[in-house]
Design a protein around this ligand. Structure first.
Ligand code: SF4
Length: 283
């Protein structure tokens, strides 16, 4: 759906992105910071040894001060692609990969919708999102997206305001996640690779284990049977007040709570993941 005044995401900037940037720092033209082939860092049910074709889009509709990809989310890194160039690239590469992983794609939802309308995609398409999404956009992209790989960062709006320049993160993320779950039942192929579904991700933040426990309570209440992925890979970026990794005790508390709630359907990252290797180099 083309619209002159952008309201693709809950920011509702209402700017005409043909001529000016919105909060996401991007105009209508597709910009990509990096394409990584055979990317194997996503959850095991998303890829085998072939890996996914990871497309990191420039810009973001959040402004997390601890962002581990800050060069691309706020730093302006990226190259312009026409819709035709991206469609051709995806088409040529798709047979070499398990899935197409669209990373932080929300602000380019219109352009991606047009690309996939005219593209015979034979592998699952992943919408890798921070979940600060409108229900309308999630319904629209569900026409071409197979899997939502979706964060639940905070269990309330206060932390979104503190860290992500966002006063209403939780108010939008919860209905967005509910819509993703309504749209995409979990399905797997004969090799146990996901072909449809939702994975709810949560990154544990240092000093904020209470937030993680609350997030798990919310998952238990609203999405008790969906796949969850608890991530320990937080790496200080030198720009945030969050200036240390999480501790083993913090992580143990979170994992114990998950077990206590009976949330056994999912993935737990090992604590040694916080060594910087999960942070792609965008230079
Ligand atoms: S996609 Fe960008 S310009 Fe559009 S509403 Fe969201 S932040 Fe604003």
């Amino acid at each position: 759906m083309e619209t002159a005044k952008c309201k693709i995401c809950p920011r509702q900037c209402l700017v005409d992105r043909r001529f000016q940037k919105g909060f996401c720092q991007e105009r209508k033209t597709l910009r990509i910071a990096k394409i990584i082939e055979h990317f194997t860092w996503e959850e095991p049910c998303l890829s085998d040894e072939k890996g996914v074709l990871a497309v990191f889009f420039s810009g973001c509709n959040l402004k997390c001060d601890y962002c581990q990809n800050h060069e691309i989310s706020r730093g302006g890194v990226g190259e312009v692609y026409s819709a035709l160039e991206l469609a051709k690239l995806l088409d040529e590469k798709q047979t070499d990969h398990c899935a197409i992983d669209l990373i932080t794609p929300t602000h380019f939802a219109d352009e991606l919708e047009s690309i996939f309308e005219n593209f015979n995609c034979k592998i699952p398409v992943i919408w890798n999102t921070n979940s600060y999404e409108s229900v309308e956009t999630i319904r629209r992209v569900s026409k071409f997206v197979d899997i939502f790989l979706a964060d639940l960062k905070y269990a309330n709006n206060t932390l979104g305001q503190k860290f992500s320049a966002c006063t209403d993160y939780f108010s939008y993320a919860l209905p967005a996640l509910k819509t993703m779950c309504q749209e995409k039942p979990d399905k797997f192929n004969e090799n146990n690779l996901m072909t449809s579904g939702v994975i709810i991700r949560h990154l544990v933040l240092p000093g904020f284990t209470k937030n993680s426990l609350d997030v798990l309570d919310i998952i238990k209440q609203h999405f008790p049977k969906r796949i969850i992925s608890i991530m320990s890979q937080f790496t200080p970026n030198g720009k945030s007040t969050l200036n240390r990794k999480i501790t083993p005790i913090e992580y143990k508390l979170v994992i114990s709570h998950m077990q206590k709630l009976g949330l056994n359907n999912g993935f737990v990252q090992s604590l040694d993941s916080a060594n910087g290797t999960f942070v792609p180099d965008f230079k």
